[in-house]
Ligand binder design. Structure first.
Ligand code: ADP
Ligand code: MG
Length: 396
C-alpha cells in the first residue's frame, strides 16, 4: 500500500470547516479516573494544529467495550474534561450521543478554532458492525474526515472505515503518519544488524509476526514465556513453566526455517525460576533444565548479558513482548535490562505492544526509543505485513 498517496491533514485547508476526527482515546480508567493519559497527549499535535488553523474540530472515539448501548462507566466524560484541562479551554462539550439531533446541534454551534467531542461511538451497535446507515450519520457531522487513531486502524468499524465512504476529503493525522513512517521503516531497507526481540506470554499470539520478521531480521531474540515453547521444542525440560505443547511442532519448524535463512534465533541460556508467580524465593537455573514443579518466570543474568551484547551492536531493533512476568518485582529484571539496553543503543529502535510499552514508560525510558508505538494490536498487525483497513480507507 502506498501511504504517500494518502493526504496528510496539514495539507488540507481546514479553516471554517468541520473536521470530524477519529482519535484513540481508549484510556485506562480506575473508578472513573484516568490512570494514564498518554493516548490523549499522543493526539495533541494534530488537535492543536487543526484548531490553530481555524478548523471546527469534532472528535470521536471509543472507550472500553460497552455492549452496544450507553453505559455510564464507559462515558467519554472524564476524557473530555482532561482534554479541556490540557488544552486550557474552559470546557470541551461532550454530546449525549455520537449521532442524532443533540450531536448535530453541538457541531453546528462550533465556531472556528473550537472543539467538541462525540460520546462513545461503541454505544451503538452500528460502530463495530461498520453499519452503513450509522456511518452515514457520523459522516453528516463533518466536512473533512481525519483519522489519527492508529490504535484502532486494524479494525474496520464505522468510525474508522465506513464513514470514509461518505466524506469527500479524508486525511491522515500526524500520529497516524508518524506510526506508519516508523513501523514502515522496519519493513523496508534498514541499518544492519537488524535484531527483533520477541517475548510475552504466547507463541500463538505472535506466529505471523515471527514469520514476517524472519525474512527481514538477522537475529531473533526470544524471551518471555514464549521462549519456553522453543526451549522444550529443542529438547529442554521446562518444569511447570507456561508452555504451549500444541505449538511444539510449529516452534521446531520456525527454528528450521531460521536456520535455512541464516537467521540466528537466540534463546535464553538461563532462567529465574520459582514455585509460582507469587513466590519470593527464586533461583537461577539453565533454561533447558528447569526442575519439575518449578516455573521459569524471567530470563537469567547470563541471558541478559548475551542479549545486551547483541543489542549494543545492532543497527535496528524492534521489540515486542516482555522477557518475563515483569508485573511481579522478582521477575522484572530481564524486561527492564532489555529495555535499558535498547534505550541505550545507537540503533534505530521501536517498541510496540501494550505490555512492553507499559514496561518502557514505567521505567521512564521512552526517550531512548526512536518510536514508542501507541497501537498494541495495530502495530503488530502492521508488522505482520497486513494492510490495516483504517489506513486503506484513507486512500483517495
Ligand atoms: P505485549 O502486550 O507487549 O504484546 P504480551 O501481551 O504478548 O505482550 O505478553 C505480556 C504478558 O506475558 C505479561 O502479562 C507477562 O506477565 C507475560 N509473561 C512474560 N513472560 C512470562 C513467563 N516467563 N511466564 C509467565 N508469563 C509471562
Ligand atoms: Mg499484552
Amino acid at each position: 500500500m502506498d501511504f504517500s498517496a494518502i493526504r496528510k491533514v496539514r495539507d488540507v485547508e481546514v479553516a471554517g470547516q468541520r473536521v470530524l476526527m477519529r482519535v484513540d482515546f481508549n484510556v485506562p480508567l480506575k473508578n472513573g479516573v484516568i490512570t494514564d493519559d498518554t493516548r490523549i497527549r499522543a493526539a495533541l499535535p494534530t488537535i492543536k494544529d487543526v484548531l490553530a488553523r481555524g478548523g471546527r474540530l469534532v472528535l470521536m472515539s471509543h472507550l472500553g467495550r460497552p455492549k452496544d448501548k450507553p453505559e455510564p462507566a464507559y462515558s467519554l466524560e472524564p476524557v473530555a474534561a482532561r482534554l479541556a484541562e490540557i488544552l486550557d479551554v474552559g470546557e470541551v462539550t461532550l454530546t449525549d450521543s455520537c449521532v442524532g439531533d443533540g450531536a448535530r446541534r453541538v457541531v453546528l454551534d462550533l465556531r472556528d478554532g473550537q472543539v467538541a467531542m462525540l460520546e462513545n461511538v461503541r454505544f451503538h451497535a452500528g460502530e463495530t458492525k461498520n453499519d452503513e446507515k450509522f456511518s452515514r450519520e457520523l459522516a453528516s457531522l463533518g466536512e473533512i474526515y481525519v483519522n489519527d487513531a492508529f490504535g484502532t486502524a486494524h479494525r474496520a468499524h464505522a468510525s474508522t472505515h465506513g464513514v470514509t465512504r461518505f466524506l469527500h476529503t479524508k486525511a491522515a493525522g500526524q500520529l497516524l503518519e508518524k506510526e506508519v513512517e516508523a513501523l514502515g521503516r522496519l519493513l523496508g531497507k534498514v541499518e544492519r544488524p537488524y535484531v527483533a526481540v520477541l517475548g510475552g506470554a504466547k507463541v500463538s499470539d505472535k506466529i505471523s509476526i515471527i514469520e514476517n520478521l524472519m525474512s527481514r531480521v538477522d537475529v531473533l531474540v526470544i524471551g518471555g514465556a514464549m521462549a519456553n515453547t522453543f526451549v522444550k521444542a529443542a529438547g529442554g525440560s521446562v518444569g511447570k513453566s507456561l508452555v504451549e505443547d500444541d505449538r511444539l511442532p510449529l516452534a521446531r519448524d520456525l527454528m528450521a526455517r531460521a536456520e535455512e535463512r541464516k537467521v540466528k534465533i537466540l534463546l535464553p541460556k538461563d532462567a529465574v525460576v520459582a514455585d509460582g508467580p507469587d513466590a519470593t524465593e527464586t533461583a537461577i537455573v539453565a533454561s533447558n533444565a528447569v526442575p519439575a514443579g518449578r516455573m521459569s518466570l524471567d530470563i537469567g543474568p547470563a541471558s541478559i548479558a548475551e542479549f545486551r551484547d547483541i543489542l549494543s551492536r545492532a543497527g535496528t531493533v524492534f521489540w515486542n513482548g516482555p522477557m518475563g512476568m515483569f508485573e511481579k518485582k522478582p521477575f522484572a529484571e530481564g524486561t527492564l535490562s532489555v529495555a535499558k539496553a535498547i534505550a541505550g543503543s545507537a540503533a534505530f529502535s521501536v517498541v510496540g505492544g501494550g505490555d512492553s510499552v507499559a514496561a518502557v514508560t514505567e521505567a521512564k525510558l521512552e526517550h531512548g526509543f526512536d518510536h514508542v508505538s501507541t497501537g498494541g494490536g495495530a502495530s503488530l498487525e502492521f508488522l505482520e505485513g497486513k494492510i490495516l483497513p483504517g489506513i486503506e480507507a484513507l486512500l483517495p
